[in-house]
Design a protein around this ligand. Structure first.
Ligand SMILES: NC(=O)c1ccc[n+]([C@@H]2O[C@H](COP(=O)([O-])OP(=O)(O)OC[C@H]3O[C@@H](n4cnc5c(N)ncnc54)[C@H](OP(=O)(O)O)[C@@H]3O)[C@@H](O)[C@H]2O)c1
Length: 268
């Protein structure tokens, strides 16, 4: 039974499996009440009953398909109106295998709807509520593929680069209002996403694959340490900081009133 002080309520999307279900367990153990969102209501109910029994926190399940506008808006509305919510874990996501040239474009569209549109609408709702109250935390789940478009298809990695960009910009916007933003970039993690996307987790070299408990514990450690960007696999934080420094160094030259020299004197 839980001995932690009440932390408010965490709303977790994609809480029925994988990374989201593990967040649900860890946050219940930390004393959060939970609102668990995913499509599979029966699975959510089973998990909620287990966590309630183990941790004595209040848990509500909110079945929703976040690719459906009406169901997404219901979750968004809850974030805008429930003042008990102190943490959003914006985790629900899907991957689609394959290349653009022979893509099932409708599945790509569903992926963009889930990984981009729903993440954005829920982040905006939480930002507005938390900003008005002057506290709250938003955790967005991206992927290391945000940094590596060559390793998988550009559409999935593009959705995750979007989440990274959005999060870095949100942090800048919301920190002055007292709202924390963290973005987590998991590498390959053993969850159902691999089977669901038509791939196989067993095809990966064992040294590349993290267990989901380790992933979420590292992500929460990063949150506790005040990180904005958490890359659980990355041994040296300085490597990320070097990439950011190189990006910032481009800054003064990214927008100027004349083209660069090499475009002025080039002869075709
Ligand atoms: N596993 C990895 O290797 C890895 C690596 C980098 C990033 N990530 C990211 O981590 C996040 C979680 O992925 P995971 O690996 O835990 O995947 P997962 O095991 O497949 O779980 C995905 C969760 O999202 C829910 N979900 C899927 N479609 C949904 C929809 N339309 N509406 C609402 N909920 C939906 C699923 O539940 P229902 O089926 O019940 O709806 C499930 O709870 C995703 O954003 C993913 O892109 C994963």
């Amino acid at each position: 039974m839980n001995q932690q002080p009440n932390q408010g309520t965490a709303l977790i999307t994609g809480a029925s499996a994988g990374i989201g279900a593990t967040y649900a367990q860890r946050l219940a153990a930390r004393g959060y009440n939970l609102i668990m969102v995913a499509r599979d209501a029966a699975r959510l109910q089973r998990l909620a009953a287990q966590l309630q029994a183990a941790h004595g926190v209040q848990i509500e399940v909110m079945p929703a398909d976040l690719t459906r506008r009406d169901e997404l808006l219901a979750v968004e509305q809850r974030l805008r109106t429930d003042a008990a919510i102190t943490l959003l874990v914006n985790n629900a996501g899907m991957a689609v295998q394959g290349q653009l040239i022979d893509a099932d474009i409708d599945r790509y569209e569903a992926m963009i709807q889930l990984n981009v549109i729903s993440v954005t609408r829920l982040a905006a709702a939480a930002a507005a509520s938390f900003g008005a109250r002057g506290n709250g935390t938003i955790v967005n789940i991206a992927s290391v593929l945000a940094l590596a478009p060559e390793l998988f298809n550009g559409t999935y990695s593009g959705t995750k680069a979007y989440v990274l960009n959005l999060s870095q910009s949100m942090q800048q916007e919301l920190a002055p209002l007292g709202v924390r933003v963290q973005v987590v970039l998991p590498g390959a993690t053993r969850t159902e996403i691999w089977d669901r996307s038509g791939g196989s987790v067993d095809a990966l070299p064992a040294e590349m694959l993290m267990e989901v408990d380790d992933l979420v514990d590292a992500a929460l450690s990063g949150l506790d340490q005040g990180e904005v960007v958490t890359i659980p696999s990355l041994p040296a934080r300085a490597d990320w900081e070097a990439l950011e420094a190189a990006r910032h160094a481009l800054g003064p030259n990214l927008s100027r009133n004349h083209p660069a020299e090499r475009y002025l004197n080039h002869v075709a």
